[in-house]
Design a binder for this molecule. Structure first.
Ligand SMILES: *[C@@H]1O[C@H](CO)[C@@H](O)[C@H](O)[C@H]1NC(C)=O
Ligand SMILES: *[C@@H]1O[C@H](CO)[C@@H](O)[C@H](O)[C@H]1NC(C)=O
Ligand SMILES: *[C@@H]1O[C@H](CO)[C@@H](O)[C@H](O)[C@H]1NC(C)=O
Length: 464
């Protein structure tokens, strides 16, 4: 995989609380390129992700290979593959998430050799966040988790995500991309599902990656499966090192005036937002915890026990919804985003696998349904209070779950608004869709700090 250079960091950024102990500067490589009807498709391999049974790898890879120039991105897709290029099933290596973050690097400064740079407040590196609405965390452009193989997220014509516009790059900086891959090798572990839920007891973790004791009642989540941690193995297992890669595919067009730009927004059900000064207008501050925990309950309806976590949040801008998709973990029943008046904007439902092969692993979330409203038919007003539900099964407890949605928003003025009813698109099983966005985890200490309720002890199978 070409030249490699490890730079070990130490210390901690309070600003961005990034989940990283190891910084890896390794070159990703481009393995393929195609050109069809003006759309270019570039395929890349990440630096190698070194795993062995039970091991967690969660590393940042800076300055990864990515299409250059002023372009409109039409699709981003990624999956884990082995050295032979074969798809690796989730029951061997669980991809908790990958995240692609845009940043600007000061020209002439080649290394990120200072932990404080991760705060991205330092002048050498500036994060090019998505458009909101979380202020810290969930800043990525692309990234998903186990659902990546069957989540459709192509961007319909004439829209595209604009990147590489020199006007957006601060003077003296250049645009770059960072990749985070959080993968858990679950071969030979005592309980694959509980290892993917990052249960602290199975990782024998009592302090977070910065050496701070876990909060009382924190029984699972990202604070317990950071880089280098290992989930408990069955007796007598040794060896089994392997190298995997994130193979990522970017489809894009050279930018031109016919492409209508869409902006990326993320709404997280754990957002603990507040008005800054309501009387002065709409300004508000957002603090997204990213993770939360579902408590077991005996309450049931005909769907069984459903934990419906609700957020009402003010959306800062107006525009047309072009695309939306949610992210949940196993045991998720789906997310619903609605207008202030109760009309539904999008419901995104997990697709559970039923077999063995990659893309159809039984018990795992192998896809999320996405929404492609007829452009112009679903408008959000500036300052509108949106409601987001994230529903999970609560017959058993589930630590470290997530519930957030991505929205691609276009400026309403930039298009011919048709008023057709929007359609929900469920990805057919056979289509391994292309994925965008993701799960984020730039900031998660908040989660660690967050008070948790008492530990649950039962677990349910994630077969839904
Ligand atoms: C778990 O951690 C404790 C304390 O750090 C250590 O004594 C013990 O051997 C560990 N157990 C396993 C199974 O790694
Ligand atoms: C809030 O905004 C109003 C109107 O601009 C202003 O009069 C008031 O002083 C502000 N309050 C605070 C606490 O900033
Ligand atoms: C989630 O629960 C809420 C409240 O019960 C319900 O209105 C919504 O339809 C549910 N959404 C999904 C996708 O299950």
């Amino acid at each position: 995989m070409g030249r490699e250079r490890m730079i070990n960091g130490s210390g901690c950024s309070l600003v961005l609380v990034v989940l990283i102990l190891s910084f890896v500067f390794v070159e990703s490589i481009q393995v393929d390129t195609k050109y069809e009807n003006g759309v270019k498709t570039d395929v890349f391999l990440s630096p190698k992700v070194e795993l062995e049974p039970g091991l967690v790898s969660n590393k940042n890879y800076y300055n990864i290979d990515f299409p250059r120039g002023h372009i409109g991105i039409k699709q981003f897709y990624a999956e884990l593959v082995d050295e032979a290029g074969n798809s690796v099933p989730l029951h061997e290596t669980y991809i908790h998430h990958y995240v692609i973050v845009k940043y600007y690097q000061r020209k002439g400064v080649e290394e990120i050799n200072n932990r404080r740079d991760l705060g991205f407040e330092e002048p050498d590196v500036i994060v090019g966040k998505n458009s909101g609405i979380c202020e810290q965390g969930l800043v990525q452009y692309f990234g998903l988790g186990s659902e990546t193989r069957r989540t459709d997220s192509h961007i319909p014509d004439p829209y595209g995500i604009e990147v590489g516009n020199p006007v957006d790059t601060p003077l003296g900086y250049e645009e770059r991309w960072m990749l985070i891959v959080h993968a858990i090798d679950t071969r030979y572990v005592v309980d694959k599902i509980q290892c993917t839920e990052c249960r602290c007891d199975l990782y024998n973790v009592t302090v977070n990656e910065y050496g701070k004791p876990l909060t009382d009642g924190y029984i699972g989540g990202l604070a317990c499966c950071y880089d280098g941690m290992r989930c408990r193995l069955k007796e007598g297992v040794h060896g089994g090192k392997r190298n995997l890669f994130l193979r990522y595919t970017v489809k894009y067009l050279e930018w031109d005036a016919s492409i209508l730009p869409v902006k990326i927004y993320i709404i997280d059900v754990t957002d603990t937002w507040k008005w800054l000064n309501q009387s002065a207008g709409l300004s508000s501050s957002h603090h997204c915890l990213v993770e939360y925990s579902v408590q077991p309950s005996s309450a049931e309806n005909d769907l069984g026990c459903v934990d419906a976590k609700k957020l009402s949040v003010r959306f800062p801008v107006s525009g047309d919804v072009i695309y939306s998709v949610g992210h949940q973990h196993a045991a998720g029943h789906g997310l619903t985003l609605s207008h202030e008046d109760g009309r539904e904007i999008c419901s995104s439902i997990p697709i559970y696998g039923e077999g063995e092969e990659a893309g159809n692993e039984a018990g795992y979330v192998v896809g999320m349904s996405s929404c492609y409203p007829q452009p112009g038919s679903v408008k959000i007003a500036e300052g509108e209070m949106l409601t987001l539900f994230s529903n999970y099964s609560c017959t058993k407890g589930h630590p470290g779950v997530m519930g957030f949605v991505y929205l691609l928003i276009a400026d309403s003025n930039s298009q011919s608004g048709s008023l057709a009813v929007h359609e929900k698109v469920l990805v057919p099983k056979a289509i391994l869709g292309v994925a965008i966005f993701g799960i984020a985890v730039m900031v998660v200490i908040a989660v660690v700090i967050q008070k948790r309720n008492k530990a649950e002890d039962g677990y349910e199978s994630i077969h839904m």
